[in-house]
Design a protein. Structure first.
Lengths: 267, 276
């Protein structure tokens, strides 16, 4: 079994190293960075920064589904008939939209650490433990993302007329089926621009997780800056990398928007 | 044929059927219960760990941190508002060069994280120390507070420029034409007709931007400015008392909620002529 996993991981590592746009066979740092501070391998910082890019992108991509799912259910709770449910959901969004992301991250990071430590202490395990920064970042950013996402989805829900639900009832659909086949496709189309903005905010917020030690773009370039004393160059590269991420995602989102609107009339 | 000579006495409506115990009701009670338990738990830990000495030592520094945060946000928002005017005009300009420059400015500051921009200014400009010293600007960029103010001003100017542009472009063309038909000079038309209508549209985004800046300003703690977040981190690193973060969270929530309510009131007040 472990052999299978090892083979799987080495396969993934091979694929990533082949399509790596920085240090892969066709990478920019490989072709233009050799001999400079950005060279790949032990002589430069190219591969470290490429790894940071990968970490940032994977943190954002891993957070997205978590935030979307929680946000969807919070949005459902907000338009429920049950007063308790609405109140609980509103408390959730008020808290997590009002707190600075950095503070949420610290609360999750240190709070989890304390909780796990206390839990382990009751089991008789006293050694200090460290929470994985990736997991803490994923939880904190996912919670913040879901709070904003629920607002976007709620306004999208309000844009769908009641008749659509009634149509589902008339066809004899179960509630879940109405949601899946009738409401969700329209919801995605309406909410997509708002979700695109949230995704951009999420990408930028990942930079905060470097503060608790996640080796993302900002941390890797920060280390390079401290070692080489070329702070402006390396933080400039960090900015450019974030700009590249933003550009790629805006292209992807406009393609996605075109795809969701493919059934609309062309004029 | 029968004649009814007695009226049926009025009767109470049938009793409402008992509310069904649905799944959503159950989930709602559980969720509310969790919030309640959390609130009570936090309350008790605060009461239990209540330490007048700690409060006396860190209370004033929390307040001064709050002052630093508010000061930083207020001054950067105001200076950013001034700076956003030329940028917004550049964005709307027909001149290719100006509009391109303004677009690049806005794209850079909106596309990169605020913390990266702050590092670029605070650590990055340090590599140009001799140059900065020769033009006499080093005293400014040596100080973390100035760097934070500089970065935040540039950042919020980009966002505010977009808000302003969107608001001005949302004013219908007929308003320009109406002003022109009345023979109003362009300046008067802009300040007396276009801008007031644009500001109503821009009010809500401006409020959101201020809240975003308050939340975003927490990152200055990383570059050694002791704002609310910085004081919290300092107090936490000295006491290892988790309560410090609870206090900071309460203060941040308080500011944001107060601001949100003020803004809601302001908006209701300023748009009362639009209500039907």
């Amino acid at each position: 079994m472990s052999g299978l996993f090892a083979a799987l991981f080495s396969g993934i590592a091979w694929i990533v190293s082949t399509i790596d746009p920085f240090c892969g066979p066709a990478g920019i740092f490989r072709w233009f960075g050799s001999g400079t501070l950005l060279a790949c391998g032990d002589t430069g910082w190219g591969d470290e920064i490429a790894y940071g890019f990968l970490v940032t992108a994977s943190l954002a991509i891993a957070t997205l589904p978590v935030g979307l799912v929680i946000g969807f259910f919070v949005a459902l709770a907000k338009q429920s008939n049950e007063r308790a449910l609405r109140l609980a959901a509103n408390i959730y969004t008020t808290i997590f939209r009002g707190l600075p992301e950095l503070l949420t991250l610290f609360i999750v990071y240190y709070g989890l650490q304390i909780l796990v430590q206390q839990f382990l202490a009751t089991l008789g395990y006293e050694d200090p433990i460290e929470i994985n920064a990736f997991a803490a970042g994923m939880i904190a950013l996912g919670v913040v993302f879901s709070a904003y996402c629920s607002e976007v989805l709620l306004s999208a829900f309000k844009a769908i007329p009641q008749g659509q639900y009634e149509a589902g009832d008339a066809l004899g659909f179960h509630r879940g089926k109405t949601m899946r086949l009738i409401i969700l496709p329209q919801l995605v189309r309406i909410a997509l621009p708002g979700l695109g903005n949230l995704w951009m905010a999420l990408l930028k917020d990942t930079a905060l997780v470097s503060v608790v030690g996640l080796p993302d773009i900002l941390r890797q370039t920060g280390i390079a800056a401290r070692v080489t004393k070329e702070a402006f160059q390396f933080f400039g590269i960090a900015c450019i990398l974030f700009l590249i991420l933003a550009m790629v995602s805006s292209i992807a989102f406009s393609a996605l928007e075109r795809w969701t609107k493919r059934a609309e009339m062309h004029r | 044929m029968s004649i009814a000579d007695t009226m049926i006495p009025p009767q109470a409506p049938p009793p409402a059927p008992p509310r069904a115990y649905t799944l959503s009701r159950f989930v709602g009670s559980v969720a509310l219960g969790i919030w309640l338990a959390l609130g009570v738990g936090i309350f008790f830990t605060v009461v239990e760990g209540w330490d007048p000495e700690k409060l006396a030592r860190y209370g004033p520094s929390f307040l001064s941190g709050l002052g630093v945060t508010l000061m930083l946000v207020t001054s950067s928002i105001l200076m950013g508002a001034v700076l956003s005017l030329p940028v917004a005009l550049g964005r709307m300009s027909k001149h290719r060069l100006w509009s391109w420059l303004a677009y690049a400015y806005v794209y850079f500051f909106r596309g990169t994280p605020l913390i990266t921009q702050l590092f670029l200014v605070y650590y990055g400009l340090g590599s140009f120390r001799p140059e900065l010293q020769s033009i006499g600007l080093w005293w400014f960029f040596r100080d973390a507070w100035n760097c934070a103010l500089f970065t935040f001003t540039l950042n919020t100017a980009a966002y505010q420029a977009e808000i302003l542009r969107g608001a001005i472009e949302s004013v219908p063309r007929g308003q320009h034409e109406g002003a022109a038909a009345l023979g109003l000079p362009e300046r008067v038309a802009f300040f007396k007709i276009i801008l007031p209508q644009a500001m109503i549209v821009a009010l809500r985004p401006y409020g959101n931007e201020i809240i975003l800046m308050i939340k975003g300003s927490a990152i200055v703690a990383i570059v050694t400015v002791f704002d609310l977040m910085g004081e919290t981190r300092r107090a936490f690193s000295r006491t290892f008392d988790y309560q410090m973060y609870v206090w900071a969270a309460a203060l941040y929530l308080l500011i944001v909620e107060v601001l949100r309510n003020i803004w809601g009131w302001l908006e209701a007040r300023l748009t009362r002529h639009l209500k039907r």
